[in-house]
Design a protein around this ligand. Structure first.
Ligand code: PLP
Length: 399
């Protein structure tokens, strides 16, 4: 639960600043807002934290993906390679812009396998979306290399990995664009919200214009007199979200430090179990430690261990069973059941018919069948740790 565990007087103070002005909109009302620009300040602080030149606050991580894909000019006829293990929003966003998501395999990091990108390439492939699942980096260096060779755009879906890094550089800042989510479950939260980051001014402008009906925000006079070159929509973050985001961002390093400490303690409990391995982390210093993933040699053994842990009151997820984070389990997606009765964009003749067979992702089928994932909290008091240790030791006897 991370940042949501630490909501307190700092968030209340920031929100009160906004309530006192009565201006919840991020743009305009210059006189009434009395110098309070929370979303703008949050964006600046967020870009600085991530080491990028630009950040754009939006209404959700899903919106951030759509805004970024639009800025990147991904549309009908374009294919986007996405990992088989991700939250549905990654695929939904590609469909939202009229493109077609192409499912690729994962490796032992549980993230997109750089070696599988070439297997999924077609002349229509325009972009790749590495997703840093459960707070830990994909092999982003290798992914970037393959993408560069094949002239692919890279959009990092870092909804789950805020604060994580690879070799000292924050995740989300490697690709042409990156996104983050602040929904209630994420490393920091604004209730709902998201951020788009980039080092490219043109991409930032396109994203910024698109997210606010095409307003170019360049007029010093008034919002009504703004210039406009492209049509857009409304994905604006509001000042209350910006205010909470500012307070939460200041707590982010504390969140990560606490999670890392707790994750290390749980790893120590699990380490003696014969055959148990932890998920590969390309840069262990860079894990945000929101989760702990470990695997056993065989699927049946993993299921038995999960059952034994459950009997001890310890919840884990085996993502091969999960309905929201593993493509082969999305029956509505596989049936092309979009909100549109014509099944847009699958019916669009510009889009190639793509299949989503388990056979195309043998590593995901194997690894996700043998992997258990446990949530790590900021607050894991001694009594809880003690109970965990007792439960793990007892469950281990079932192996
Ligand atoms: C990998 C991933 N991408 C995108 C999203 C979408 O974020 P939001 O819930 O803010 O729309 C999520 C949310 O769970 C996610 O886990």
């Amino acid at each position: 639960m991370a940042g949501a565990e630490l909501i307190g007087k700092e968030e209340i103070k920031e929100v009160m600043d906004v309530l006192k002005t009565g201006v919840f909109a991020r743009y305009a009302f210059d006189n009434e807002r009395k110098g309070i620009w929370k979303v703008r300040d949050f964006e600046k602080a967020f870009a600085k934290y991530c080491g990028t030149t630009h950040a754009l606050g939006v209404t959700s991580g899903s919106a951030a993906l759509k805004v970024a894909l639009t800025a990147l000019d991904v549309g009908p006829g374009d294919e986007v390679i996405c990992p088989a293990f991700t939250f549905m929003a990654t695929y939904e966003a590609v469909l939202e812009v009229g493109g077609i998501p192409v499912m690729a395999d994962i490796d032992d990091t549980l993230n997109l396998d750089p070696n599988d990108i070439v297997n999924k390439l077609t002349p229509r492939t325009k972009a790749v979306i590495p997703v840093h699942m459960c707070g830990s980096p994909a092999r982003i260096d290798k992914i970037l290399k393959v993408a560069k060779k094949h002239k692919l755009l890279v959009l990092e879906d870092n909804a789950q990995g805020l604060g994580a890094s690879f070799k000292g550089k924050k995740l989300g800042s490697f690709g042409h664009m990156g996104i983050c989510s602040f929904d209630h479950y994420k490393t920091i939260t604004t209730g709902e919200g998201g951020m788009v980051i980039t080092n490219d001014l043109d991409l930032y402008h396109r994203a910024e214009w698109y997210h606010d009906h095409g307003h170019d925000h360049l007029s010093p006079v008034s919002r009504a007199l703004d210039g406009r070159t492209i049509l857009g929509f409304n994905y604006r973050m509001n000042e209350l979200q910006g205010a909470i985001g500012l307070a939460q961002l200041r707590k982010l390093d504390r969140v990560i430090a606490a999670q890392r400490k707790n994750q290390a303690a749980v790893m120590e409990m699990l380490a003696p179990i014969r055959g148990l391995k932890f998920r590969a982390v390309p840069d262990p210093e860079g894990d945000s430690a929101t989760f702990l993933a470990f695997n056993l040699p065989a699927e049946e053994q993993t299921k038995a261990f999960q059952k034994a842990l459950k009997a001890e009151g310890i919840d884990t997820v085996r993502f091969k069973d999960n309905f929201w984070h593993y493509v082969p389990n999305w029956e509505h997606f596989l049936a092309r059941s979009t909100a549109n009765s014509k099944q847009h964009p699958f019916s669009d003749p510009r889009n190639r018919k793509v299949t989503y067979s388990r056979k195309a992702i043998p590593q995901a089928e194997d690894i996700l069948g043998r992997t258990l994932i446990m949530g790590i909290s900021v607050k894991m008091p001694a009594a809880r740790m003690k109970a965990l240790k007792k439960g793990i030791d007892r469950a281990a006897k079932a192996l």
